[in-house]
Write a protein that binds this ligand. Structure first.
Ligand code: 8YV
Length: 327
């Protein structure tokens, strides 16, 4: 009989996922919930047939150059693959897969939570109660801004962008988007979405801007200082995609200076570090990368990883193969 593939999982996954993996593969699991050290990661790629990394593992050219001859698949536990040098892996004959689709709705929900929480000052309200600062209702106190009737600009109209558009439409926002390619007319019609070929022009007219594109070399600081300054002074920025897409330092300075109304951020440029200017701002709602953090989502992600490994090991094309040309 063929030997079972040696699968190295870098982080603790939900028990049901780990159990299933153990049944199917010669699975090496970690006992402590922390990111692997560089040395541990090198050890893993030297011996494993399959590596299952997460967002906290940088699988760069340096690590890949130390991969053993058995390493044939990197089955990322996550949709974003910016933690992996896909081109180098592919050139070395190592396939890469991800987990798209199963975290779309959860991430869109969290995005909506931020789109609601920031203009309606939810975090400030919570703080008032917690600190015992509520001394009575007033008609002019704690006023936020309505999102109904406002313009939402979505950057990146993929699965998550569209799921956010569906929700925001139901909340009475008008949907605008910028994407490398215009989406199909049926989708635009259903979402009542307006396409902006020019990101610059869209940014200047939106009340809320939400980021849903992947982080690639092409989208690094897509929201550069110049572009952030195109936004209206009373606009809000939401990011549940990747911190690197936004020039975080400029964003923090603009919020401090009142050049932007607020921001809802689930992702940061240097996670888990949070820019101190952002951390102390009361114009923001900040979350620790929780967009896809549901128990159901994590189990679904695990199942996707398992299907990708199984299909690949059976000699077929895994359903979620990522190629450099797709980035
Ligand atoms: C996870 C994510 O938190 O899938 C992604 O791209 O950002 C999240 O689902 C994490 O990346 C899993 O590795």
């Amino acid at each position: 009989a063929r030997r079972k593939p040696l699968v190295f999982v870098t982080r603790k996954l939900p028990d049901v996922v780990e159990t299933r993996m153990r049944e199917l593969f010669d699975t090496r699991l970690v006992s402590e919930d922390r990111a692997l050290t560089q040395a541990e990661l090198v050890d893993a790629v030297r011996t494993a047939d399959v590596l299952v990394p997460t967002v906290t593992d940088r699988i760069d050219a340096g690590i890949l150059s130390q991969a053993g001859p058995n390493l044939k698949l990197i089955a990322n536990f996550g949709t974003g693959v910016d933690n992996i040098d896909v081109e180098t892996a592919t050139n070395r004959g190592i396939a890469v897969t991800n987990t798209p689709g199963v975290l779309t709705e959860d991430t869109a929900d969290m995005t909506m939570a931020l789109i609601l929480a920031v203009p309606r000052r939810v975090a400030e309200g919570i703080k008032v109660i917690e600190q015992g600062d509520w001394h009575g209702w007033s008609p002019t106190w704690m006023l936020g801004h309505r999102i109904w009737g406002k313009r939402l600009g979505i950057i990146g109209m993929g699965r998550i962008g569209q799921a956010v558009a569906r929700r925001a439409l139901a909340f009475g926002m008008s949907i605008h988007y910028h994407n490398r390619r215009r989406v199909a007319a049926e989708i635009e019609d259903k979402l009542e979405a307006t396409y902006w070929e020019s990101l610059d022009q869209m940014l200047a007219r939106m009340d809320v801007v939400s980021v849903h594109c992947p982080h690639t070399p092409g989208t690094y600081h897509l929201l550069s200082a110049r572009r952030l300054r195109l936004m209206k002074k009373d606009a809000y920025l939401v990011n549940t995609a990747r911190g690197e897409v936004v020039d975080e330092n400029t964003l923090a300075r603009m919020l401090e200076a009142g050049e932007l109304a607020g921001a809802g951020l689930d992702v940061f440029e240097h996670e888990p570090a949070v820019n101190p200017k952002l951390a102390k701002s009361d114009r923001v709602v900040l979350l620790p990368h929780m967009g896809s953090a549901t128990i159901e989502g994590r189990i679904d992600m695990g199942e996707k990883v398992i299907i990708n490994i199984k299909t690949f090991m059976d000699g077929h094309r895994p359903p979620d193969r990522v190629l450099p040309s797709m980035l």
